[in-house]
Design a protein around this ligand. Sequence first.
Ligand code: KIV
Ligand code: ZN
Length: 387
Amino acid sequence: MRKIEFFDTTLRDGEQTVGVNFSIDEKVKIAKQLETWGIDVIEAGFPIASPNDFKCVQAISRNIHHARITGLARMTFKDIDACVKATADADHKQIHVFIATSPIHREAKLHMTKAQVIHEIDEKVRYARQFFDIVQFSPEDATRTEMPFLIESVQTAINAGATVINVPDTVGYSNPIEFGRIIKTLIDAIPNSENISFSAHCHNDLGMATANAIAAIENGANRVEGTINGIGERAGNTALEEVAAQLHVRQDYYQCTDSIKLSETKKISDMVCEYSAIPIPKNKAVIGPFAFSHESGIHQDGFLKNHQTYEILTPETVGMHHSQMPLGKLSGSHAVMARLQQMGYDIDRADMKTIFPRFKAVADHCDLVSDDALREIMTPTMIKEAN
Ligand code: KIV
Ligand code: ZN
């Protein structure tokens, strides 16, 4: 089985979510819980960005002992120097250097020719490599970069000492088939590519971030970057908990392992939700409150007969309490009877002939039928009335 490494950038790209500004204390707590979750690499921040970001990377470097710590750096000596200093105390460290390679970024943002970009990659990766055994290079906006120039940029970085090539879909432009092809083309074009880690960094502008990351893994990437709850710039990043759940549920299909302890997922998700103040959508995959709720009668009946009819992942697996069967107008008699029995009523299918029509009458006029409403339905007068 192939090992897939998980690289978390909640504290860097995740903090680029509008309005999110974690305190140092919050960042250290998140980093510790990420470590408990089993993360391989933590991108602790962008040390040159602000004195506070520098302190955060430093504090995380001092407090985390198993995961590898990285800071982000543009292709400048001062950015790289800031990363060197900020991660100096880390037990395990790497650096992440990036430069944009796409025509729109080269021309409109960097005002650089291809030759100048190549020069920067060569010079700065060589410089970074003096301080770090692991140098990660990202060609920003890789998915809008001409393939021959993408290959040339990546090859230049490798020749200069890069050991990890991260492929960013910076603006969430790609789709799974195309992104998978980009990863495969790169790996095939690089001689001795088995000595290099290939990584995927996807954004969610068109809702493809998780699917693109999975496509990258299927095409040879052995590292995935993302954030908890998928927070991040604009529409966010790949939600790492979704990738972890996917690899777990479909392990036979992907034939990959990882070091994530899925049962710690809810804790890290709640922590990021609290400190970022970004609520988790109710129907969010894997950790949304509705992810394990079954409302319609057909689903509830199937679920009561065998949970696996409608659940491919149990809530307990990701550290959530239990599945739920909220009762509403679409619920069936089986689920209503099961709930009443749980509440202590000694009833059977024959009793439901009287109880269920009463339940339906109430359910038709509300969103959900509460336990109090069920008790009301079960009062002797109600039952008599229904008869
Ligand atoms: O999305 C992006 O391109 C990035 C890079 C810095 C890797 O976040
Ligand atoms: Zn990004």
